[in-house]
Design a protein around this ligand. Sequence first.
Ligand code: HEM
Length: 455
Amino acid sequence: MPALLIPPRPPRTDEWAPAWTAFVGRRANNSVYGWPEDAFRSSWKTRQVLGFTVHLVSDPDAIARVLLDNKANYERPALVRKLLRAALGEGLFNTEGESWREQRRIVAPTFSPAAVSNFADTIATVVQGRIGRWRTGPLPMDMAVEATGTTMAIIAETLFDGDARLTAPAAAGHITAMLDAAGRARVMAMLGIPAFGPGSARARAGGRFLRDTLGAMADERAAAGGGDDFFGNLVAALHTRYSAVEARELAVDNAVAFYVAGHETTANALSWTIYLLAAQPDLQDELRAEAAAALAGGDMRDLDARLPRLRAVLDESLRLYPPAPRLDREAMADDELAGRPVRRGDLISIWPYVLHRHHALWSEPDAFDPQRFAPDRRLAMHRYQYLPFGAGPRVCVGARFAIVEALIVLAHWLTARRFTLRPGPPPVPVGRVTLRPERGMPLTVSAIHEVRPSA
Ligand code: HEM
């Protein structure tokens, strides 16, 4: 059997460094840099960080208790909610208890498999339109930039009926500035230190633009008694349960959350997946043939059934480069996890990035092997060892949307062009709120019939 590809990952250390080193040097800007080997072999580590007791948990049974069996005891940490409040208010992503249950009930039907299936044609139209504007010839392209533009356009078209205020070029600049700042928010914001500088001014202006625009759109939908698009339905449903003022606020909070949670995550999944295929030209050719056959009839629905190999590659890419690399919870009361005591106020830190590369759970964890996701092997996995979308009641509400979107985009990219690596250093994963490639994803994009460069 040929050796498996070991795609790039940040360097590791032999020892656990003192907790404060996470706030200086490279680790301050990259949460997946410099983890000790031991983290990928042990299931539990307790540390003191900024006065908090933090338990790093990589035991799937203990994780199941946190995210599902005793879920009521483990909320999003108050500190994280505070940090996110400026951008996400009290919308679905950033709330707990009855308010969360109510909003989840309102939003969930829009993201059901049947509802997502109805978005498939719109998603395909967006990606076809963008590919139509790509220049021909072997060209250097930053596929991270392309992926971000594509996922942003898809959200605007599917959830907001392609409203011109959101799709105009100036809007993209505002939204990107705001999302970029949300993605960078880390230590400074956690310590309550406001950000300064031109970047933060642009981000604030971007945030204002997004909230004002979405607020105006919510008012229009409310005046029209709803509307037949996602946002109209959301506004109408919120108005039946909340006062007009609250409903408007929550509509905007949730709309911003769909941009924040649903756009860069999927863009990162696309970037890493196309990189993995550029690094493996034979596999890319095989998947191109699978994609061509799947798209041939023009029916975009239920593509996973016709793209089993691409789906397995996407799952493996989400394992190696989980776009949401960490999930945090705060214990509301004392508890016991895997036989260890947890005290009220302790933080539970679950890192899909660590769990997905854990030696007790995966063979050759750093190697790319989509066979792990063959149907029979998938069934043998512990449900809580693979968490790209989280799990339990707070599992990503957009998970199905993201998978359908990624498969449609990748199938179109593969049937339109060939992707090859460029000379230079490999991409470096950098963990912020999401796991992104540090210097983008520059690839060479050429016509399929052009002679394939030797690998
Ligand atoms: C590959 C793409 C995506 C990944 C990897 C991802 C990952 C996640 C994860 C891990 C969570 C749970 C966080 C936690 O438990 O603390 C989450 C929640 C969420 N995601 Fe996604 N997501 C993706 C795409 C999307 C899309 C496309 C949307 C919507 C358009 C979306 C909307 C949300 C929302 C609203 C929540 C909060 C749900 C709740 O708290 O009830 N996500 N996502």
